[in-house]
Design a protein around this ligand. Structure first.
Ligand code: SF4
Length: 393
């Protein structure tokens, strides 16, 4: 069965990713990770995250994919031993120093990070012969190349299917280092390629429209069936910095695509899944390199038309069937309006929000405080971790 692998920037996101259908999550610890400065995972969180995932029969991988300078090496073995202690299922690494240290001194499984830009059979086999069990292919490959490699190697193959692309070879770019003093290969990428630049000559703008050097995000809804058929082991969603709602939405969409294809051998209605993904706070998307070199349609040269929809308004904490009141943690402002409940346990349902109580049990017309635990009357059973959305365009 193919694995759906989801990102998780903190413990809450890890749990949501698993509850909404991920088979495994990848997280960053506070050290040796390309999102180290964004990670909220302490060792205790790692232990709790692994226990939670394993109780569902799911896995946790930890990114240790920095390219360390000489002075960054200190503490590596102790860190890896702690990951072993926490019972993580694998590390995702790019530097031969980190890979060798893990293989020689720990029992950790090693996955080769996309930062290694692996694009051919001998390189996959090289890492497999060294002891790595899985290789995450470079994102700059088409479906024929992926099929050719997957059919010819013993290593498990992991492929990115959704999320941000890098305009360089996965972090091998120093735009961020030059313009922000933040090292893209030591966890600091400022996504400088996504900024908007003016083109000037002799202090005169020579182009009215600002331009960006970024590619559109990847979205491989139509490619999942091919990737399953060719024997890819794991489908990876990018985005450890993304919100709880984004992770739930994207994970559930791909979960349903995989399950439908696995059960029926076909996908009846792709548009349904495309509409589901629109609920997530996506940037503009494209099919990346899957059908050959990207064209102008896969780039974001000009200011994009993206708009961030604030339609995730509350997270269900609990539900009392006798009073039909749900305790909801507020995420965005909402009023007495039609709301939908998005859930890992049932089809999306709608209700007219007519009765709400604030945290002091006083009736309110509008939920406007962030992270307040209020009560909302919902006429049908809802579950902890269901998400409430407003229909906004
Ligand atoms: S600035 Fe853009 S191209 Fe450079 S490493 Fe960051 S995401 Fe990649």
């Amino acid at each position: 069965m193919i694995e759906l692998l989801a990102p998780a920037g903190d413990l809450e996101k890890l749990k949501i990713a698993i509850i909404y259908g991920a088979d495994a999550v990848f997280i960053g610890g506070k050290e040796f990770s390309l999102r180290a400065n964004a990670s909220n995972f302490t060792l205790d969180d790692l232990i709790e995250g692994c226990e939670f995932a394993h109780s569902y029969g799911k896995k946790v991988y930890v990114t240790t994919n920095v390219i360390p300078h000489q002075n960054d090496k200190e503490g590596l073995l102790k860190y890896l031993k702690n990951l072993e202690l926490a019972k993580v299922d694998a590390i995702i690494a790019a530097s031969p120093y980190i890979i060798d240290t893990a293989l020689e001194h720990t029992n950790l499984e090693v996955h080769i990070s996309t930062q290694q830009s692996v694009m051919n059979i001998p390189t996959v086999n090289y890492w497999y012969d060294k002891g790595a069990t899985r290789v995450v292919l470079a994102r700059d490959m088409d479906l024929n190349e992926i099929k050719h490699i997957t059919g010819a190697v013993k290593a498990e193959i992991e492929v990115f299917i959704h999320g941000g692309m890098c305009a360089g070879f996965s972090g091998r770019c120093s735009l961020s280092n030059h313009l922000t003093n933040r090292d893209a290969n030591r966890g600091g990428c400022a996504h400088t390629c996504r900024w908007f630049f003016d083109l000037e000559k002799d202090n005169q703008k020579i182009e009215e429209v600002p331009f960006s050097m970024s590619s559109k995000d990847l979205s491989a809804v139509h490619e999942i069936t091919d990737l399953i058929d060719m024997g890819v082991a794991s489908l990876k969603i990018e985005g450890r910095m993304k919100s709880l709602h984004y992770i739930a939405t994207v994970v559930q969409t791909y979960r349903q695509i995989i399950d439908e294809y696995t059960k029926t051998g076909m996908i009846l209605d792709y548009q349904k899944y495309i509409e589901m993904l629109k609920n997530a706070e996506n940037r503009e998307t494209s099919i990346g390199f899957f059908h050959g070199l990207p064209s102008v349609d896969e780039q974001l040269f000009e200011k994009r038309s993206e708009k961030v929809m604030q339609n995730f308004v509350g997270l269900v904490i609990s539900y009392d069937e006798s009073s039909k009141l749900a305790v909801v943690e507020t995420k965005n402002v909402f009023t007495k309006e039609t709301l939908e409940v998005f859930s890992p346990y049932m089809e999306t349902k709608y209700f007219k929000n007519e009765y709400m109580l604030d945290s002091n049990d006083q009736p309110i017309e509008r939920a406007s405080k962030a992270k307040e635990r209020i009560k909302v009357h919902i006429p049908f059973v809802v579950h902890p971790n269901d998400m409430i959305r407003a229909k906004r365009t």
